[in-house]
Design a binder for this molecule. Structure first.
Ligand code: NMN
Length: 168
């Protein structure tokens, strides 16, 4: 029985994340999705709350063939304590899947195996690229699973993003 942990900010959850998870579902028996920076929302790099991201991910992974646990993880001030904090919040896991250099380093130092799954269409499918399209009023829907598009519409996400970037 192999349980993997995939950590990200998912601001928002996009087709690149979905492609990686479809691949991981072939490798692990169960998957934990750790939503990083759960305590941050309503700012330019983190427009959505942890609860909104839970909704996006849970709906988008509804058809996945393995069990998924979606768990928000607040940031902590001390990087040296972050792995212990994560372990205290999620089910036991064997391997961490991430491409984030700091996350790789912290888990390696803790003696936990880390793998970096290949990223899917990285240029167009990064959180930053997708958020920029949303801020600039360009077409953004095609980069996100349909379930995520409907969550963003339901919570009036684009209006929020455009409002929080206005200057006073
Ligand atoms: O790979 P990304 O999408 O950047 O996600 C990594 C997540 O892990 C981020 O939310 C980041 O804040 C979080 N993280 C937190 C700490 C900490 O709280 N000290 C350390 C490393 C990563």
């Amino acid at each position: 029985m192999k349980r993997g942990l995939y950590v990200g900010r998912f601001q928002p959850f996009h087709n690149g994340h979905k492609a990686v998870i479809d691949g991981l579902a072939q490798e692990v028996d169960e998957l934990i999705i750790g939503i990083g920076s759960a305590d941050i929302s309503h700012d330019i790099r983190h427009p959505f709350t942890a609860g909104e991201r839970v909704l996006m991910i849970t709906r988008a992974l509804n058809g996945l063939e393995i069990p998924v646990y979606v768990i928000p993880l607040e940031d902590v001030k001390r990087n040296a304590l972050w792995v212990a904090h994560v372990k205290s919040m999620v089910p036991p896991f064997d391997t961490v899947y991430t491409s984030n250099p700091l996350v790789i380093q912290l888990f390696k130092e803790a003696g936990i195996p880390v793998l970096s799954p290949p990223m899917y269409l990285r240029e167009s499918l990064s959180g930053t690229a997708v958020r920029n399209k949303m801020y600039q009023g360009e077409a953004w829907e095609e980069y996100l699973p349909a379930e995520v598009v409907s969550v963003i519409k339901e919570i009036h996400g684009i209006e929020r993003m455009q409002q929080i970037t206005k200057s006073d």
